[in-house]
Design a protein around this ligand. Structure first.
Ligand code: GDP
Ligand code: MG
Length: 183
């Protein structure tokens, strides 16, 4: 049995979506900023030893620019999971998850299995401008399965975030199948 999931990263420009994906897929990091134009996607498999299953992930990287936002619904549809990314050094990027990215999700995607939050750039300890309380409040309001602080630069928590969302998608799919075996 093979499992294939589509996971899409969302969040404002320059929060580190592309960097997180590149760290996860290629284990590399680039200092210079190259804005993503339109959409890119990457493939990577993930093995979860607890259940002895390998998952084939397709990871979609969507440009954060407002001008592109109206076109994103077609890229978001069919995603099993969403990773919402904000930058721990820029508070508006957290608020925007709540006010604008969540709204886009609700309006444009009918259903999905899992959503996880990543506060990126946790290597920049001295520039951190977001309190733990604010993070927890947004996590609750988004109904996220988990919330991790990570760094694409150091690699901290990057693999864990992708593994957690994979595991959560799997778990929620199983639940659905047990409730409705004909699916
Ligand atoms: P995107 O627009 O969300 O895809 O953001 P990028 O991945 O292109 O990253 C934007 C900028 O932030 C780039 O200059 C990256 O080098 C930098 N960056 C990304 N992740 C981190 C991180 O974890 N720590 C630090 N210090 N910089 C990061
Ligand atoms: Mg990008």
């Amino acid at each position: 049995m093979s499992y294939s999931y589509k996971i899409t990263l969302l969040g404002d420009s320059a929060v580190g979506k592309t960097s997180l994906i590149q760290r996860f897929v290629e284990d590399t990091f680039a200092e210079d900023y190259q804005p993503t134009l339109g959409t890119d996607f990457y493939a990577k498999s993930v093995y979860l030893p607890e259940i002895d299953i390998e998952f084939n992930l397709t990871i979609w990287d969507i440009a954060g620019q407002r001008s592109f936002r109206e076109h994103i619904s077609k890229y978001m549809s069919g995603s099993n999971g969403f990773i919402l990314v904000y930058d721990l050094t820029r508070p508006p990027t957290l608020n925007n998850l709540h006010t604008s990215w969540e709204r886009d999700l609700k309006e444009q995607v009918s259903s999905f299995d899992s959503l996880i939050l990543i506060g990126n750039k946790n290597d920049l300890k001295n520039n951190r401008k977001i309190s733990l309380e604010d993070c927890i409040a947004i996590e609750k309001s988004l109904n996220a399965c988990d919330h991790l602080e990570a760094s694409a630069l150091s690699g901290d928590n990057v693999n864990d975030a992708f593994k957690k969302i994979t595991w959560d998608i799997y778990k929620n799919n199983r639940k659905k199948q047990l409730q409705n075996p004909l699916i």
